[in-house]
Ligand binder design. Sequence first.
Ligand code: OGA
Ligand code: NI
Length: 356
Amino acid sequence: MDAERSEELKAFDNTKAGVKGLVDAGIEHIPKMFIRPPDELAEERNFQQSHLQVPVIDLEGIHRTDRHEDIVNEIRTASETWGFFQVLNHGIPLSVLDGMIDGIRSFHEQDLETKKEFYSRDRTKQVRFDSNIDLYRSTAANWRDTLTISMLARDHVEHEDLPPICRDAMFEYINHAKNLGGTLLDLLSEALGLEPGHLRGMECDKGRIFVCQYYPSCPQPELTLGVSNHSDPSFLTILLQDQIGGLQVLHENQWVNVQPIAGALVINTGDLLQIISNDKFRSTGHRVVANRVGPRISTACFFSGSLYRSEKPYGPIKELMSEENPPLYREFSIGEFMGQFSSRALGDKSSVEHFK
Ligand code: OGA
Ligand code: NI
């Protein structure tokens, strides 16, 4: 990295005000550190905009035998072909979803002096605010700020450790998301042909990380991104987005918009599930485009496995292996996996390649 970029990044980081700070200052041109490399901007013209839609799965009647089997089949097909789907009637009340979105907004829009106290790049902190987790590793910074709640090192967060301005709403959503994650992992286990409790038995429901994203309006959205193309470092991700849109999934070499649907949640199978399913389920690349309209608010809940049992080995599930289906990946610990993820830029080659 050249000295000029390094200085620019440090100066930005030191403001502790994130991208929102730039927008509040009234900038009309985005700073150089956010501008994507010329080859990437040129390549953008080669991508076609698709009119396809990620599958939408209605979880209503999940406990009725007739409907249950259909739901498992829909989840299997979506996880094999897209690695993404939206769910309806997932059991989390609309008021809890709206409360979470409002809570994230209020965190990012609160008094700057109070917000700054949360600003940190120390990953051992359970609750922290920053802008661009990979700021010093990426080639271009992304147009977003993030509040992270990490339950990687222990499986809970105390109510009083959450930011006062949004703690009630967040606490509620966090608990609901845990239950939904369990339900989805049971369905995914069945979709793999395993007993419903198999993935939870492997502790795939542990190690939750909530990233609460705030994408300010951007004066030059064609020059930057909200989040670079990446795949998620998780078994499963539950994403709640507001109605603005901007999330895109790379499907058959085309960018597909994940259309906001009121009350729906976006689910995607991550790198860890691709590995343990031995490539049966896929971890698909996705990104968020920048937008003149904003702020856009979202939260991704990653189920990433527990670090407090970091010696536990993960690799392709033995029950799924056979002579025709030999393991494509080696075994590793969640500690090693997370270490690999945090040593690179978000947009770099996916972790999956590293464990082949
Ligand atoms: C992520 C992510 C998408 C969004 O945080 O990993 O892909 O819509 N977020 O914010
Ligand atoms: Ni993601």
